[in-house]
Design a binder for this molecule. Structure first.
Ligand SMILES: NC(=O)c1ccc[n+]([C@@H]2O[C@H](COP(=O)([O-])OP(=O)(O)OC[C@H]3O[C@@H](n4cnc5c(N)ncnc54)[C@H](OP(=O)(O)O)[C@@H]3O)[C@@H](O)[C@H]2O)c1
Length: 322
């Protein structure tokens, strides 16, 4: 496993990190706690040292599993998130900050996450959604300062709205934010336009999330794929979206001549090809996924010609109403 700087935080994070949404057993259905614990341990054994979770993932279940797997051990770096008070997704224009991240809610949530994780401090604490209309809000600026001064948080991050990577640049200019978490994958390459250049110049750590587009870039989402009832992918891949993503996946395979079984590695390799990315965090619920994904770092970078080819598969879309 290779490691990269998490921006200016002085933390060194594994190129392949761990997305711990799926093991939280909320919107993703089908995780098994014993298997999740083996998966987390396999991750650490493979050199993965960065784990992304959230209070919202199973109302703390994902955080509590991390505590069970790792205890207080300080060789893992844990990033968690403040949930949205108003539960609205993504963060909408015109919504006051007070409705989403009031001071008392942020500090109470932080204490709850620390209790779930059985830790005295968090390595990275991220706002789970963001709208740059809040960037100059006095209450927010003071809350961030207060968190930083409390010693309970080593770094503060923003988790940026899906497909809106520039909707954080104002807040980053405050100098109070150390990391961003953003969707970045073969389909959604939009962070390369203005977010990544800003992060490079200003030492902001970049956590690349949803590298498989919730599964389509693994090659496992086909027209006839079904999901357990209550699984959020029934909505994410609703209507003709499964056909649409499969058509695009077939084009990637034809263009690159990479066997479809190797598509997951290609998808992670694409994310790591941009040196601005500090870590990429695939969601994993089984040890064999960890072994396959960790191997991508060991295998070394994709060729520039392959990265160029993959850049031609950019797909601009939004699954959310404006
Ligand atoms: N901040 C936010 O708002 C936000 C939103 C979304 C995600 N995230 C973070 O980003 C992480 C990653 O996103 P995600 O989990 O939603 O989606 P993802 O990483 O794009 O895709 C996860 C899917 O890929 C499968 N997979 C993983 N490795 C594979 C491999 N080698 N071969 C085949 N399939 C493989 C998983 O399998 P299994 O079904 O076997 O698990 C799962 O179905 C989350 O866990 C979370 O930490 C944050």
């Amino acid at each position: 496993m290779k490691y990269r700087e998490l921006g200016r935080t002085e933390m060194k994070v594994s190129e392949i990190g761990f997305g711990a949404w799926g093991i939280g057993k909320s919107q993703w259905v089908g995780a098994d706690d014993n298997l999740s614990l083996s998966t987390l341990k396999a991750a650490r054994d493979s050199g993965i040292n960065f784990f992304d979770t959230a209070l919202a993932y199973g109302n703390g279940h994902s955080e509590r599993l991390l505590a069970r797997a790792f205890g207080k051990s300080n060789d893992v770096i844990i990033a968690s998130k403040v949930p949205r008070l108003n539960l609205v997704w993504p963060a909408r224009n015109g919504t006051p900050l007070r409705d989403v991240f009031p001071r008392e809610h942020v500090l109470k949530s932080l204490n709850q996450s620390l209790a779930n994780l059985e830790r005295d401090s968090l390595d990275v604490y991220q706002f789970h959604v963001w709208n740059d209309e809040w960037a100059h809000d006095d209450e927010w600026l003071k809350t961030v300062q207060e968190m930083r001064n409390s010693g309970k948080v080593r770094a503060v991050g923003l988790s940026i709205n899906d497909h809106q990577p520039a909707n954080a640049l104002e807040a980053l200019a405050s100098g109070l934010i150390d990391t961003v978490q953003v969707i970045y994958n073969i389909f959604d390459q939009s962070p390369e336009d203005s977010l990544f250049p800003y992060c490079r110049q200003n030492g902001i750590g970049v956590i690349a999330r949803v590298p498989f587009d919730e599964g389509s870039l693994t090659g496992n989402i086909r027209a006839d794929t079904t999901f357990p009832s209550n699984d959020f992918r029934n909505i994410y891949f609703k209507g003709n979206r499964k056909q649409e993503v499969w058509k695009r996946v077939e084009k990637i395979v034809a263009d690159t001549r990479v066997p479809i079984e190797e598509l997951p590695s290609l998808a992670l390799g694409f994310c790591l090809a941009d040196p601005t990315v500090s870590t990429v965090i695939p969601g994993m619920r089984r040890p064999e996924r960890v072994l396959a994904n960790a191997a991508v770092s060991d295998a070394g970078p994709l060729s520039p010609a392959m990265v160029d080819k993959l850049h031609r598969h950019r797909w601009v879309r939004s699954y959310y109403p404006e």
